[in-house]
Design a protein around this ligand. Structure first.
Ligand SMILES: Cc1ncc(COP(=O)(O)OP(=O)(O)O)c(N)n1
Ligand code: TZP
Ligand code: MG
Length: 502
């Protein structure tokens, strides 16, 4: 018994899915994802499968009445934020689920319409299609079919291109779910994994480099459960989807070479973030390519041009910026925090990381993706211990020694400059292109160049012969301008052209 005082609400998900004896997918994957994302997960088992990394050997459906008993037990007791479904192998089981959801309404419903295992075994046949279309999809908040499942739900249409995925998403949306995510992992001939998200008005293409690994068993369950976990914590739908996509990519990347089982489809490690060490094998959600066009805001410039921080960030992202830093030297704490929270939401909805300059307290309070600190700010090792292994930490370095220390202390990247003279930062020593080269050469971390960089000289920066120089960070070239969007687009184009020439 608890009293209502001092009760701590825990985000809770219920998964209604099949058991995978190999523990890569199904109920086992769902529970691991939720645990990794800090969310409690209860489980109602619809079927027990005998499966391993070679495939599915056998499936045993639980009697619908017993599925119903399980649903009643947990739905009458727990206060779920989200119900997520996976393998629903028969119309009778869907029927008992629908009945229980009527008796115990839930706040959000995530439907992963599992039909075929990664190894090709049918987990739910065509008999469930009509009840899915007519009764389950209309009450879903989001459905997450892969192309084969989307095709089956739409009567067997061909889905072979991103354009096909868009029209499939639209047709599925017309069946009633609030949001649709069609996963393109199975599309042929692509170096990218492209998922199409549709909210009834707008499409978003969620792209990430395809990770080459045998350990992909359970990616669909993981993605859907991660969406459910993020929704349970209060995320908006698009940001939950982006977080989930990144989570899957990071888990696959970390687990690229692990060897579990002898078959063709290995499981991956959902707890990769617990296993990082601060120096070498730390594997964060950080992608060094995100440093390509790094937009750093400036409170004075926004004031001068009568622009809110939110409008500045939106325009920078629309123009192609790949990472954002809020550098609000003059903002009051309360105002900074409010702006930062709004920017976190915008950035998450666009799959762009947001860092905070100097202010670890603001970064923690708004749950930013990380911070950027200089040599006279809080030391990186202390920042790392405060922010934990998952956050991105950048540090300013003008010398090879500082670059070495940054790596030892557990930073993710280095900002090096001022490369050219700048009016944006007072009394800042210019290191020139030669100084930048020296830092890049000494650095084990990716580097972004900063200081006096704009459309006219970005190419000269990107041309220095340093594979770890990933991009440029700019303040005035974007924000001390009439139109942030136009300048960001131009700079993005210049950077892309110089990258292609290299
Ligand atoms: C990407 C990037 N690189 C360097 C800096 C400079 O940081 P710092 O040295 O702490 O100076 P201030 O920005 O705090 O004036 C940066 N902000 N971003
Ligand atoms: C923050 C900072 N750190 C080194 S130079 C610099 C200012 C960069 O601003 P700008 O892009 O306007 O030259
Ligand atoms: Mg600083």
């Amino acid at each position: 018994m608890t009293t209502t005082e001092n009760v701590k609400k825990v985000a809770q998900v219920l998964t209604v899915a099949g058991s995978d004896s190999g523990a890569g997918a199904g109920i086992q994957a769902d529970i691991k994802v939720c645990a990794a994302r800090g969310v409690y997960c209860a489980s109602v088992i619809t079927a027990v499968t005998a499966q391993n990394t070679r495939g599915v050997q056998s499936v045993h459906l639980l009697p619908p009445d017993f599925v119903s008993e399980q649903l009643k037990s947990v739905l009458s007791d727990f206060d779920f934020d989200v119900v997520k479904t996976g393998m629903l192998p028969s119309p009778e089981i869907v029927e008992v689920l629908l009945r229980n959801l009527t008796d115990f309404p839930v706040r959000a419903l995530v439907i992963d319409p599992v039909m075929v295992s990664t190894s090709g075994h049918v987990l739910a046949g065509s008999s469930i299609l009509s009840i899915f279309r007519e009764r389950l999809l209309p009450i879903a908040d989001i459905i997450t079919p892969n192309v084969k499942e989307a095709s089956a739900l739409l009567g067997g249409i061909r889905i072979q291109t991103v354009e096909d995925m868009r029209s499939a998403a639209k047709s599925l949306h017309a069946m009633g779910p609030r949001f649709v995510l069609v996963k393109g992992g199975d599309l042929p001939d692509s170096s990218e994994s492209v998922d199409v998200y549709f909210d009834g008005k707008e499409f978003h293409e969620l792209r990430s480099p395809r990770i080459s690994t045998r350990n992909t068993h359970g990616t669909g369950c993981t993605l859907a459960s991660c969406i459910a976990a993020e929704l349970a914590k209060g995320s908006s739908m698009l940001s939950a989807v982006w977080v989930a996509k990144r989570f899957v990519d990071d888990a696959l990347e970390y687990s690229r070479d692990i060897a579990i089982g002898t078959g063709m489809q290995g499981p991956f490690d959902h707890f990769f973030s617990l296993k990082k060490n601060p120096q070498s094998s730390r594997c964060s959600t950080f992608n060094p390519d995100d440093l390509f066009l790094y937009a750093v805001t400036d409170s004075r410039m926004n004031k001068k041009w009568n622009r809110s921080i939110v409008d500045a960030v939106k325009a920078a992202i629309e123009g192609g910026s790949t990472i954002i830093q809020l550098r609000e030297k003059e903002a009051e704490t309360r105002e900074f925090l409010e702006g930062a929270k709004a920017c976190v939401e915008i950035c998450r909805s666009n799959g762009v990381s947001l860092l905070i300059n100097d202010r670890i307290d603001i970064a923690l309070a708004c749950d930013a993706d990380g911070v950027h600190v200089g040599q006279s700010d809080m030391p990186v090792d202390l920042v790392r211990s405060l922010l934990g292994p998952d956050k991105i930490i950048g540090v300013s370095c003008k010398t090879p020694e500082q670059a070495h220390q940054a790596w030892k202390d557990g930073a993710d990247y280095i900002g090096s400059g001022g490369v050219f003279p700048t009016n944006t930062k007072a009394n800042n020593r210019t290191i020139g292109l030669d100084g930048l080269k020296e830092v890049c050469k000494a650095s084990k971390l990716p580097v972004v160049a900063i200081g006096g960089i704009g459309i006219s000289n970005a190419e000269s920066v990107m041309r220095i012969d340093a594979p770890n120089l990933k991009g440029v960070a700019v303040v005035s070239a974007l924000f001390d301008q009439v139109c942030v969007l136009t300048q960001a687009k131009k700079l993005h184009k210049t950077l892309k052209e110089s990258k292609m020439e290299n």
